[in-house]
Structures are given as C-alpha cells and as structure tokens.
Design a protein. Structure first.
Length: 212
C-alpha cells in the first residue's frame, strides 16, 4: 500500500481519535495491546496524530494471568488475558479505551468489544496486512480465512456482501467457508445493530432515542 494511502488513512484515524478524546473529556488513549500487527499499526497511527505521550499501550503479562486463574479455574488463558487488558485500560486515569480489532474480525467474531473507540474498525484484515505487514483475528475467524483460501479471498467476499450489499457475495467462497462466514455474520448482527438493550419504559430511553 502506498505511503499516500497510509497517510490518508492515518489522518482519518487520528482526526476521529482526537474528536473522541474531546467528546469524552479524556486526554489520552489506552490501547489494548496483544502484541499483534493491529495494535502496532493503531499505536503508530495514533501516536503520529496525538503524540507518543497520548497513547498508552496496555498489555497483560503471564504473571497477571496466573494471578487471577483462581477466580475462574476453567477459563481459557487467552480470554483471561483479554479481560485483564480491558480492565487495565478502563483504569488508566484520564484515558479513553481503544480496541485495535480489524473490520473482518469485528464482523465475524460475534459480540462487538465494549471499548468506545475502534481505530481500525473500518479497515479489513487484508488492508491491515498491507499497511502493517500482517494481520490477526480470533481463531474461529482465522479458520474461516483458511477455508476461504486466504484473507484476501475472505475479505473480497465480505466486501461484496457488506459494502456492496450483494446477498450472494459470500457465494464466491468455497461452500464450507461461505456457510461459516454467513453463520458468523448472522450471529453478530444483533450486537452490531443493537449494542445495548434497554427496556423502553419512559418517553425517551437511553440507547433508543435519547441522544442528548
């Protein structure tokens, strides 16, 4: 991907992040950092726009994971690591939590992450690979990409289905990959369209029609 395209994307990401900080009254960003290419790319773009001191990369050490295993002995260590990062990010003083997940992962991984800022949320995994030299996604999404013949093929099909609203967009994939991608899209639909469910009891309800 050209330097010009990187600069254009980074400029948009930085401008949106800057406005998000203003809107939330925060002074810096706490970026969930799993050591993957998305975290590296997001940190670089945000630091270029906001300054290095405005970006706090929040990871989770093996010792921190081991220290909480007793709270849920059957939990998968990767899930514990994600929740530790999430908790630490929320506790960074004066910071807005950000999740660097790419668009492919967000579409196919079910529930949307609770972080209020998704700086790479409109960049496909294949675009992240072009910009940052690699991509990552949860194991289930990675398996769909493998069955699809690669992340490029999966993203092309998803673009057709999501961006161009072609109901047959996934049909270009091998049947097993098309079925898995279709089921994953359907499973996450409620989270994308109704991120918070609030029973409507009054005239104006938070999340439904109260936006001021």
């Amino acid at each position: 991907m050209s330097d010009a395209r990187y600069a254009r994307i980074a400029g948009i990401v930085g401008a949106v992040a800057r406005q998000a900080l203003r809107d939330r009254g925060a002074g810096r960003i706490a970026l969930l950092d799993d050591g993957g290419p998305e975290a590296d790319l997001a940190a670089r773009m945000l630091a270029d726009a906001l300054g290095a001191d405005a970006v706090v990369r929040v990871g989770a050490s093996e010792a921190e994971v081991e220290s909480v295993l007793h709270l849920s002995p059957g939990a998968e260590p990767g899930a514990l690591r994600r929740e530790i990062r999430r908790l630490k990010a929320r506790l960074v003083a004066g910071a807005l939590a950000a999740n660097p997940a790419n668009k492919t992962a967000l579409l196919l991984d079910g529930a949307l992450p609770p972080e209020p800022l998704l700086p790479l949320g409109d960049l496909w995994a294949s675009e992240v690979a072009q910009l940052g030299g690699g991509w990552s996604a949860p194991p289930e999404v990675a398996r769909i990409a493998e069955d699809a013949g690669g992340i490029g093929a999966l993203d092309d099909a998803l673009r057709a289905r999501v961006d161009r609203r072609d109901p047959r967009g996934l049909d270009r994939l091998p049947p097993a990959a098309a079925d898995a991608a279709g089921r994953a899209l359907a499973a996450g639909r409620a989270w994308r369209t109704h991120p918070a469910v609030v029973p409507k009891l009054g005239a104006r309800t938070i999340g439904a029609d109260l936006y001021e």
